[in-house]
Design a protein around this ligand. Sequence first.
Ligand SMILES: Nc1ncnc2c1ncn2[C@@H]1O[C@H](COP(=O)(O)OS(=O)(=O)O)[C@@H](OP(=O)(O)O)[C@H]1O
Length: 574
Amino acid sequence: MANTPHGGVLKDLYLRDAEKYASLRAEAETLPSLVLTDRQLCDLELILNGGFSPLEGFLNEKDYNGVVENMRLTSGLLWSIPITLDVSEEDIKVSQIQPQQRITLLDSRDYEPLAILTVDDVYQPNKSKEAEYVFGADDSAHPAVYYLHNVSKQFYVGGSLQAIQSPSHYDYVANRYTPSELRAHFKKLQWTRVVAFQTRNPMHRAHRELTVRAARQRKAHLLIHPVVGLTKPGDIDHYTRVRVYKALMPKYPNGMAELSLLPLAMRMGGPREAVWHALIRKNHGVTHFIVGRDHAGPGKNSQGVDFYGPYDAQALVEKFKDEIGIEIVPFQMVTYSPDSDEYIPADEVPEGVKTLNISGTELRRRLKTGLSIPEWFSYPEVVKVLRQSHPPRSQQGFTIFFTGLHASGKNAIARALQVSLNQESTRSVSLLMGENVRAELSSELGFSKRDRDINIGRQAFVAGELTRAGAAAIVAPIAPYDDARKQARKTIEKSGGFYLVHVATPLEECVKRDRDGVYEKAKKGEIKEFTGIDDPYEVPQDADLVVDVTKQSVSQAVHEIVLLLEKDGYVGSS
Ligand SMILES: Nc1ncnc2c1ncn2[C@@H]1O[C@H](COP(=O)(O)OS(=O)(=O)O)[C@@H](OP(=O)(O)O)[C@H]1O
């Protein structure tokens, strides 16, 4: 028998409202609507499918105050994280949000109606109080507190929901189970004791060991239940992680473990989040839940001190364990002993016995630099997945962004660089020359600051996409303005390497080298807003390399760029 839901009844609103589907859908067309944010979408999915039972909607003010102040709904039931629908003053006006009003909630990705909300109340939360009570500090170094103050809107809307349909998913659909589906699955498998493991990180040998230990101790089966909604900013993306989990599953004995993906928006709320996680797992029919050291920890506060103690989460869950009605399995930190070639719980390591570990930061460093990842730490199948998503620099894309006056020699250097890089077989090389871009992408633009900025923005977008796909992009505009160049760096650096090369050939030399005589025309006023003549060129202070064709040849300039790329591992095998 699967565990009973929190509050006794699984609030699967899809099942409850299925027979009214046609009328709700028709009514949804006639109502004012509200487009949900990514977090609201995750929350809505778990309210509608019963993952957040006993909730049947977003918290009204009374429930919100109860949850914030003492983790209680007005029904008296335990609930630790406020599930709120935040809206702006503008939303209230546009969507006609007021008590009793019915509002259609739309998926932001396809504007499909997902549910109808009957508004209970609209209230203004005390966000600092929410931060203090729920997350332990009003400190924006905490991602949820940052969200509260900087992303979440000013008002909350409480109200009950009627389900129309679930948000569409196009990734790993077969591995997504609602609580009802998971309960049916457990029944089919005849699983009665199930230990769930929550994670937002890739899993390695140590995780396999600790989950098997938990299952063995409790004579239970295992549910690997990772979060694929929203996790901590900077985490490894869920596509990679799910590929990792799938590579890991065959390492469990047949029939021992199942994988199910949870569309939860985590808050990184430590102790309160651990209670919430346990309640969610209970709703999914799970009987045992592993709570780790620093469970859902957000890291350090603005003073450099951990927000929560390492065992605060275990302590709070332990305090409420009877009420939660799920058996807590404290996370046994396991560590590798090279002498005996096995994993042992950290607290059982005999005095003087050497152990090994690789931290998340160290793993990311090894992935980035292509350094080896030992077999004792992870499985080759898992490492292969991680390496595919984190190729070494020699396989990552980069952009060489030239800036300089007309006829400074940047075009010749850019062409020569393309030829030189083409000698390497590892990536395709794309060249975006100023005049070609003007003809192909920016033909309607002139040379005002605004138009030049748009022109540079477009090139940065294209170069960023090429870089993300692993190519080498060479961009060679005049790019006279510092803010546009900085913006380009910001855009492209998200996707890979970025190097600003200033071709600093002096203006007199450019004028001399100018075969088309455009400088002469500009001087006579026949061409207006010409850079260097009657339009500014802001000399970059942040160039990664400065070259000047009066001081070096094209081939020397290319060589200096190649040396820069080699230093960072983009060319030449390390
Ligand atoms: N008013 C004015 N100012 C500057 N440049 C001018 C102007 N009118 C035409 N051209 C020619 O346009 C070529 C491309 O300019 P860019 O797109 O690189 O300029 S910008 O980066 O948008 O500022 C650029 O050529 P290259 O330097 O060879 O790329 C210029 O010769």
